[in-house]
Design a protein. Structure first.
Length: 172
């Protein structure tokens, strides 16, 4: 879903993308002209994910920007990323992509936090909402998600919402 964002980021930097599909990663590597390296690992398996991140930083240098869109079935995924950044000892920005349900009335917001003993990880929250069109709503399209996340990174906001999340009762 974030392949277009990865390609945009690769215009300015060397990018490593972690994903589960080796074939999708290979296609992304090819499209980037060598500016993206794909690492195929299931981030739901914390030990394997941690080892893959360690290998990536050994080969390409420490993470300075991480964009993480992790599903709920990977409860340790964010901690695995922050642990890697702290272990490398280089300040980094972590943009955590969250579903619109994270803003439901029963779900608390995670506000800007500093992770690690010296605040090495600056946390940014990007919530994906929906679009209102006339009297109805729809989920965001891929291009809208990419543009919204890119804008959040460009502006370095602590908290961003792509689309709208209110009124919650109107979500698709």
């Amino acid at each position: 879903m974030l392949s277009e964002l990865s390609l945009q980021l690769a215009g300015d930097a060397v990018v490593t993308v972690v994903g589960r599909s080796r074939s999708r990663l290979a296609g992304l590597e090819q499209r980037s002209g060598g500016r993206i390296t794909g690492i195929s690992v299931d981030y739901r398996h914390s030990a394997e994910f941690a080892a893959a991140l360690q290998m990536a930083t050994l080969l390409r240098g420490p993470l300075t920007l991480a964009v993480a869109w992790l599903h709920d079935d990977a409860p340790d995924g964010l901690a695995t990323i922050t642990d890697r950044i702290v272990a490398d000892g280089v300040p980094a920005h972590l943009f955590h992509i969250r579903a619109s349900s994270a803003t439901a009335p029963f779900w608390p917001f995670i506000l800007r936090q500093e992770f690690g003993p010296e605040g090495l990880v600056t946390y940014h929250e990007v919530t994906l909402g929906f679009r209102m069109e006339g009297g109805s709503s729809r989920w965001l399209r891929h291009g809208e998600i990419v543009a919204g996340v890119a804008e959040a990174i460009r502006t370095n906001r602590e908290r961003s919402i792509v689309g709208v999340v209110r009124p919650w009762g109107m979500h698709p």
